[in-house]
Ligand binder design. Structure first.
Ligand code: PBG
Length: 323
């Protein structure tokens, strides 16, 4: 018998017929950075093609995103005022709360997700509240993070995404959201979040580099894989609706293990450093542009249902035949 795998490769139509993974725009979430001030649309130097927007400059961007067919955004805020409790994070008039209301007044077509964390809002840059010795106080942090989640929901957020990595925060936020009547707001939890050097450009963009120490006491060791399954399992028990693996590319094995072990939607965060590397390589003609599709598709092939990526606009243009 003639066993030739190539039989299914000769004709482009048959290649299409047997294609296993297809990337769709509805798989992608596009991150947006919102900054205080007026008339600001400024490229983030470490993230080519990604900008800081002040709220008054959001409209044009939002209209472009919708026109490209992108349906989901995740918001990050860069406040002017930082303090040790990160109080701008749960201020109903804070940067994110105003941005959500502005976006919702521009369009109802965009699904707005918010990142819930303290690191952009605290003067020390850690993801929670510190105790007197300078360690993150898990229980105290939960109280404040619960307030942040509710305040985002009040402003109109469609989904919240806790990225702080405190223990028990999914259950705590679920309880708070339910008590305030936001039972319909899902939680997409950063469940397996590694202490990674690939967040470098984001920390510049969000002004969230810790003033001292690092995040290794609350983010995961990149040597570990079983631990990711324990984290995911706890978050599911606490009520997470979607779990995130972050970063994506150096962690494709983790995405696949989570996919094989659990029956829950998985999002992978293709983080700032991963974007910067590839974007620079393509812009400098070291790699062909196809490398972008190939890379993002690999995340889906590994098992992610959803991909959070700064490439969303580039991919939308590609899928629409605009580039
Ligand atoms: C906030 C947060 C970070 C990222 C998303 N949410 C930074 C961090 O944990 O240090 C990183 C995203 C990226 O690098 O694109 N905690």
């Amino acid at each position: 018998m003639d066993k030739r795998p190539r039989r299914l490769r000769y004709n482009p139509l048959v290649r299409e017929l047997v294609k296993e993974t297809v990337l769709e725009l509805s798989d992608l979430i596009y991150p947006l950075f919102i900054i205080e001030g007026n008339h600001i649309k400024k490229e983030i130097s470490s993230l080519k093609g990604v900008y800081h927007f002040s709220i008054d400059c959001l409209e044009e961007e939002i209209r472009e995103i919708v026109a490209l067919g992108i349906k989901y955004v995740i918001l990050f805020g860069v406040p002017e005022h930082k303090d040790n409790k990160g109080s701008e994070a749960y201020n109903d008039e804070g940067i994110i709360q105003r941005a959500i209301r502005t976006i919702k007044s521009i369009t109802q077509e965009l699904y707005v997700i918010t990142d819930v964390c303290m690191c952009e809002y605290t003067s020390h840059g850690h993801c929670g509240i510190l105790d007197q010795k300078g360690y993150v106080d898990n229980e105290k942090s939960l109280y404040y993070l619960g307030q942040v989640a509710v305040s985002h929901a009040k402003a109109g957020a469609d989904m919240i995404a806790p990225s702080d990595m405190m223990d028990g925060r999914v259950g705590y936020m679920r309880k708070e959201l339910d008590e305030w009547g936001y039972t319909h707001v899902p939680i997409m939890s950063y469940s397996a979040k590694y202490a990674s050097s690939f967040y470098g450009p984001f920390r510049e963009a969000a002004g969230s580099t810790p003033a001292f120490g690092d995040r290794k006491t609350y983010q995961m060791d990149y040597a570990n894989s079983d631990e990711a399954l324990r984290e995911v399992s706890l978050d599911i028990e606490e009520g997470a609706d979607i779990v995130i693996v972050k970063p994506a590319l150096a962690y494709l094995d983790i995405i696949r293990r989570v996919k094989d072990h659990f029956n829950i939607p998985i999002a992978a965060y293709n983080v700032s450093g991963e974007y910067a590397m590839l974007k620079l390589a393509v812009e400098n003609n070291l790699l062909d542009e196809q490398a972008i599709m190939e890379t993002i598709l690999s995340i889906k092939r590994a098992g992610a249902d959803i991909i959070i990526t700064y490439f969303a606009k580039d991919i939308a243009k590609k899928l629409k035949g605009l580039s």
